[in-house]
Ligand binder design. Structure first.
Ligand SMILES: Nc1ncnc2c1ncn2[C@@H]1O[C@H](COP(=O)(O)OP(=O)(O)OP(=O)(O)O)[C@@H](O)[C@H]1O
Ligand SMILES: [Mg+2]
Length: 563
């Protein structure tokens, strides 16, 4: 049996307070309680290995640790895929079990499932609920698979002594869930003495819907302790967190919370007799780094000793002789250091350690993705600027020009001057406007130009009357450029959970708006089309607008709707 882990010192008495190695939960309001500091101190003093996940960009995390590559093992069994979809849809779904089971059965990976879904949809034989399940699945997998494929996820879980940090900042919540699930599963099956720290329990162990992490955390809590594998939960409060795992955790470290309801809710989740819990008032008056330890042995008021604070000062704070806000917090200890693995070095076996290269690769890849994103943003801005420039027609006031020329021409009474040819000559020397369509100076042309301008304005003003939903529908249809079902627009264009009654009404209404101004069409077979380009052509082509001009107006309208 492992020895107890020192948590800190009891308030007033200064007595050392320790905990048994076990599953535990740390709660408390952000930044004002000190949950991460508590977990870090406990991990260090436990001398166990730990995996922590960085899930938010810029999150203040552990000050020390080794970064390790995100690990993922592909699964494609029914339970897993179901939990995945439910995590994505953010609700419990009553999926038709048979369809999903058939898709998962015998498949080796998510990619294979995706292939099957694609094929069935392409066959065109699916109808109703079946079609909806397939469309939905296709959508989720389309989003998830690239993240898993291109993220250089490691196929081996490399866990070293101390704190192992898995940086998941750049993944979507769903991909993060997959990775956390994979890591917990692997640890449970193959390792001993590893703590898994689950961040933001409401996200990864949600109460109302499913998530791939839920099952594995439950197994972890049931089976982990025999191998000294523990799950430690870091969560502000317990609102929205699944009750089942909570009931089985009996070590709670409760920090400051300010909302009476949240405190009450948290205390309600602790399955210990009332006398082993602090009161609401007690929680609401806690200071930073001060926690209540609530466990089978009793309830203790503790000052948690951070890993960077010496015993003497920690005792002073516990006894109330030193203010916790007066102590200096070291800024960054040794961020992400890679401790020298002395024991490993002395091994005779020579093994190529590629973890550094892998880490660099991950870094490079992240940079690459960021750069692409930057480029895309830049490109969009550029396109906007170019359009603006182009649309500022360099207006040349021909009448004025002509009258000025006429004034300069001396009047020769006898000689007949061909005014027209002079004017023509001069106009030929006037610089043509850059980028935009150039109009010859002739009355008919001028009229044409005015009509063209008017047609453009007409489309722009029509579009501006559209509701946001109609604009969104149009954007989606234009991006697809093929006939789409109402259900598809609901699910993929609006990200609704399905294409049912209320949602399909929104899309149908939008389609009515679009067809009202002739930029969309819903055919009798239910397929919807975007007709923006056709409409522009129709209005502009009679005035002999050039294809570039039509394209320009089209892009301008799309750009306008993106704002
Ligand atoms: N026991 C402690 N003694 C002194 N200072 C502490 C203690 N615990 C935390 N702090 C300080 O309080 C600040 C917040 O701590 P920490 O990051 O641990 O909070 P948190 O509860 O994890 O917040 P979040 O919910 O935002 O993650 C940090 O600056 C930390 O150094
Ligand atoms: Mg924290």
């Amino acid at each position: 049996m492992k020895e107890n882990i020192k948590l800190g010192y009891e308030i007033k008495t200064g007595k050392v307070i320790s905990i048994n190695p076990s599953h535990l939960i740390v709660t408390g309001i952000t930044q004002l309680s000190g949950k991460t500091t508590t977990l870090e101190a406990l991990i260090k003093r436990s001398r166990l290995k730990a995996v922590i996940f960085k899930t938010k960009i810029g999150e203040k995390s552990f000050t020390e640790g080794i970064e390790t590559a995100p690990f993922f093992r592909d699964r494609s069994d029914y339970e897993f895929v179901k939990s995945l979809i439910e995590a994505y849809a953010k609700e419990k779904l009553f999926l038709e079990k048979g369809t999903l089971m058939r898709l998962c059965k015998g498949s080796a990976s998510l990619i294979e499932i995706k292939k099957r879904v694609d094929e069935e949809l392409a066959s065109g034989k699916l109808r109703g609920l079946k079609e909806e399940i397939h469309t939905r699945l296709q959508h989720y997998l389309e989003n998830l698979i690239p993240q898993i494929q291109y993220a250089n996820l490691s196929k081996t879980l490399d866990i070293r002594e101390g704190i192992n940090i898995m940086n998941l900042e750049r993944f979507s919540e769903e991909a993060q869930s997959l990775i956390i699930q994979s890591v917990a599963d692997e640890v449970l099956k193959t390792m001993k003495g590893v703590i898994i720290v689950i961040p933001e329990a409401w996200k990864f162990l949600p109460q109302k819907y499913n998530n791939p992490c839920k099952r594995v955390v439950e197994s972890f809590i049931r089976q982990g302790a025999t191998n000294q594998n523990f799950v430690w939960i870091d969560s502000q409060d317990m609102a929205g967190v699944d009750k089942i795992p909570l009931k089985q955790i009996s070590t709670w470290i409760l920090g400051y919370q300010s909302e009476r309801n949240e405190v009450k809710h948290t205390l309600d989740q602790i399955s210990l007799p009332k006398k082993l819990k602090p009161t609401e008032e007690e929680i609401m008056t806690l200071k930073k780094g001060h926690f209540f330890l609530s466990c089978y042995e009793g309830v203790y008021s503790v000052y948690v000793q951070p890993s960077w604070l010496n015993d003497e000062d920690a005792i002073k704070i516990a006894k109330g002789k030193l203010d916790v806000d007066k102590i200096e917090v070291p800024d960054n200890l040794t961020p992400y250091s890679r401790p020298i693995q002395e024991r490993e070095q002395s091994k005779v076996e020579i093994r190529f350690d590629d973890s550094k290269i892998r880490k660099d690769l991950i870094g490079l890849r992240t940079d690459f993705f960021n750069k692409i994103q930057e480029l895309q943003n830049f490109e969009q801005k550029l396109a906007e600027q170019v359009y603006n420039l182009k649309s500022q027609t360099h207006e040349i006031n021909e009448d004025e020009l002509i009258s000025k020329i006429l004034q300069k021409i001396p009047t020769f009474n006898n000689t007949s001057i061909d005014k027209d040819s002079i004017i023509k000559e001069v106009l030929m020397r006037v610089p043509k406007s850059m980028g935009n369509v150039v109009y010859e100076v002739a009355p008919v042309e001028k009229i044409k130009k005015d009509f063209l301008e008017e047609a453009k304005q007409k489309i722009l003003s029509d579009i501006s009357t559209l509701s946001n939903n109609a604009k969104r529908t149009l954007k989606y249809l234009e991006s697809r450029n093929v006939g789409c079902s109402v259900a598809e627009i609901c699910i993929k264009g609006f990200m609704y959970k399905d294409g049912g009654g209320g949602y399909s009404k929104i899309v149908n209404d939008s389609m009515k708006e679009l067809s009202g101004i002739l930029v969309g069409e819903k055919q009798t077979n239910g397929k919807c089309f975007g007709r923006l380009r056709d409409r522009i052509k129709q209005l502009l082509e009679v005035q002999e607008a050039k294809p570039e001009e039509i394209e320009q107006v089209y892009n301008h309208i799309l750009m306008d709707m993106l704002k």
